[in-house]
Ligand binder design. Sequence first.
Ligand SMILES: Nc1ncnc2c1ncn2[C@@H]1O[C@H](COP(=O)(O)OP(=O)(O)O)[C@@H](O)[C@H]1O
Ligand SMILES: [Mg+2]
Length: 347
Amino acid sequence: MISELKLQNFRNYSQKKFTFNHKATLILGPNAVGKTNILEAAYLLATGKSFRAEKEIEAIKEGETVGRVVGTTVGDELEVDFDARLRFSKTYKVNGVGKRQADFVGNLFAVLFSPLDLEIIVNGPAVRRRYLDSVLSQVHKDYRIASQVYEKALRQRNRLLYQIRELGIWNQESRKRLEYWNELLITNGKIIHERRKEYLEFLNNLPTRILPISLKYDHSIISSERLEKYAREELAAAATLVGPHRDDFTIGDRGRNQESRELKSFGSRGEQRLAVFAIKLGELEYVREATGQNPVLFLDDIFSELDHTNRHHILEVIPKQQTIMTTTDLHLVEKEYVKHVELIELQ
Ligand SMILES: Nc1ncnc2c1ncn2[C@@H]1O[C@H](COP(=O)(O)OP(=O)(O)O)[C@@H](O)[C@H]1O
Ligand SMILES: [Mg+2]
């Protein structure tokens, strides 16, 4: 639950406070008024990351050097500070006390559904890995830590492979250093792999009513045998060729008699949208079950994209947890429903 959100020099906001109903809030306003920016800020408190910016300091209001997002949950005040002058430009606080990202995340659980999520189906594997990360790093601390260690070890290992190749030093010393990174990648890769497998299995085991699709984990196993097998190629490429950074999953329909077909190539736009929606419903269930808490649901401008049946379906889901949604047009939201939401009008 998030009851209050304060923005300082964040995106188009200089100083602004929003309060959210514990049930449903609808943020209404024309294009480019700053609706998605509000959800970006709130979601940042859950994941520690922006879902729209590669370079996060771009979230600081133009012309400013520092920005801040503060949110109030049931018991805590969560704060993210941006400072463009610092090398590590983002810092976290819980109730005024500085935290590492791994300890900051986990204080608020959220599921975000936006039109951008269609990328999970139609784009490349990197988007799907990022999706898995966004869910699993919120829910599991071991996953957060393993991912951080893994990424760092991967960079170091690739650099070492590059040095070995370029300088041609293949001796006991470099072999020992490589062994060290291998060990870290294998141990942490295993944690990442197990959690991803568990999540995709959870989704697959949901009733067809919730998840009318099937997901297939296409995982890149990392082990000493595999690293040995690819050693020559890895040296030539100066890159680590196996491991969770090469994982992917495919999304297909639940073929009744025939083989499941991949939605990426066979699905219509409508079917693809439906599939993303289904995954999001499954995600809600997963977060609920894995944390024992009800996540906040953020719906960014989705009403225009859903047909009547799905719009109806989502209206059934909204009352099950705190929901904060945006729209440009009140007419897109079912009439009788509008009565039950608190409206924030931006202009
Ligand atoms: N760092 C920034 N500083 C100032 N304004 C920004 C910044 N980043 C984005 N904006 C502004 O935010 C607006 C878009 O906000 P957004 O939340 O995407 O709108 P919408 O209501 O359509 O969802 C644009 O007008 C854009 O110029
Ligand atoms: Mg928007």
